[in-house]
Design a protein around this ligand. Structure first.
Ligand code: DI6
Ligand code: FE
Length: 404
């Protein structure tokens, strides 16, 4: 048993039932038992026996401690970039037009298929380290730029390996139904057959933790999405969906019917969609970076989500086309300025609700029995994490009990 004690800190426990905003404890003590939290509370209530049993002591110097942050929606393994497309969009061509002309996701698929696993690892690792430099200790990584068995396998293997070579926990999502690859032009139903076959293969290799699809005019129909989800369910895998990003296709209702962990984007979410998500307990993953970068004007219906009690997560959507972003703290700020979340809702969106969107119950709040994934910040109040943008407030990270 190697207990360590952290004192001289404030702790934003993010416990839902805490009466105080952020579950904030002004003069806190945390006891870590290896990779797990043993005790969290006001220092004045720390049992003396437990304090004496702590072999290591950390003086946090008045810092704020939060749970390690969770980025629950990224596409960070890909080849190339889309800066030229950004220039095209600024000259007036829309994201959907570029996709229809064979650019967009398809252009990243070309670059990803050409890249070696080493090249994909190097570029993804740079992006991952940027996220980690802002306190991210858990990240979801989607496939979806291979769109054929071997390149999808390579991307998922790269994603898995990143979780072994970096002090971060990686959760993989198979997004074979992201776009129609060129070799299947005009045969999207045939491609869905291939997606179902790819899923079985990649799942058998242990590369898939969840399944996602892009339900959209430029993606796949609700009926095609349902086929992918049926295959996922047969394997016992949870699903999530890129839903109502550019139009209302009823994707949220469909996903909720499959008990989806989350529906993501949701700019065009309807009242029926929100009600279905509430009934299913699906999390709304808000992606303000994509809204900003595509210069969208329709904001996700935040009040509707609040009225239905739908949990809201916030994520980078880190990807080359709609959100080339590696700052989760910037997303906190944008969730507040663009979507009008409160800073407390935004912080819950990258901790408790992000964990829920990944189906993880062992982290994201500071409480006994939870994983000891902590972020230690040079701020006086948790709202500062959402307030400042471009600041670098992270002082230290503890990952699975180990100080980094
Ligand atoms: N929606 C998105 O915002 C990303 N994927 C998706 O389905 C963008 C993907 C890209 O443009 O490369
Ligand atoms: Fe996405």
């Amino acid at each position: 048993m190697s207990l360590s004690l952290w004192t001289h800190c404030q702790a934003a426990t993010m416990q839902a039932q805490a009466a105080r905003p952020y579950g904030l404890i002004a003069d806190a003590a945390l006891v870590l038992d290896g990779p797990v939290l043993r005790w969290v509370g006001p220092r004045s209530e720390l049992p003396p026996d437990l304090a004496r049993a702590c072999i290591t002591q950390h003086d946090a110097g008045g810092a704020l401690i939060t749970p390690g942050l969770i980025d629950c929606h990224t596409h960070l393994v890909y080849g190339g970039d889309r800066a030229a497309e950004f220039e095209q969009r600024l000259q007036g061509t829309s994201y959907e037009e570029i996709a229809r002309q064979g650019g967009g996701i398809a252009s990243t698929v070309r670059a990803t298929r050409q890249a070696s696993a080493e090249q994909l690892t190097a570029s993804a690792s740079t992006r991952l380290r940027a996220l980690m430099a802002e306190g991210v200790t858990t990240v979801e990584i989607k496939s979806g730029y291979g769109l054929a068995l071997e390149p999808e396998r390579t991307c998922l293997e790269v994603a898995r390996a990143l979780g072994h070579t970096h002090p971060v926990s990686v959760h993989t999502t198979f997004l074979g139904a992201h776009a129609l690859p060129p070799e299947f032009a005009g045969r999207s139903d045939d491609y869905i057959d291939t997606v179902v076959a790819m899923l079985a293969d990649l799942y058998a290799q242990g590369l898939v933790d969840a399944v996602d699809a892009f339900c959209e005019r430029i993606g796949f129909s609700p009926a095609q999405t349902a086929r992918v989800f049926t295959a996922a369910r047969a394997l016992g895998l949870p699903v999530k969906l890129h839903a109502e990003q550019l139009s209302d296709s009823g994707g949220a209702q469909l996903a909720a019917g499959f008990g989806a962990l989350s529906c993501d984007h949701l700019e065009w979410l309807s009242a029926e969609g929100a009600a279905a998500m509430a009934a299913a307990g699906s999390v709304a993953v808000l992606l303000p970076g994509a809204f900003y970068f595509l210069r969208e004007t329709r904001v996700p219906p935040i009040d509707l989500l609040r009225q239905h009690g739908v949990a809201m997560a916030v994520s980078t959507d880190c990807n080359p086309g709609s959100s080339p972003c590696t700052s989760l703290l910037l997303m906190l700020n944008m969730a507040c300025t663009l979507f009008r979340l409160t800073p407390e809702e935004a912080l819950a969106g990258v901790t408790r609700h992000a964990a829920q969107a990944l189906g993880l119950h062992d982290r994201s709040v500071l409480a006994a029995g939870m994983r000891a994934d902590l972020a230690v910040w040079d701020v006086q109040h948790p709202a500062e994490l959402a307030y400042a943008f471009g600041a670098r407030p992270l002082r230290q990270v503890v990952f699975a009990g180990v100080l980094r």
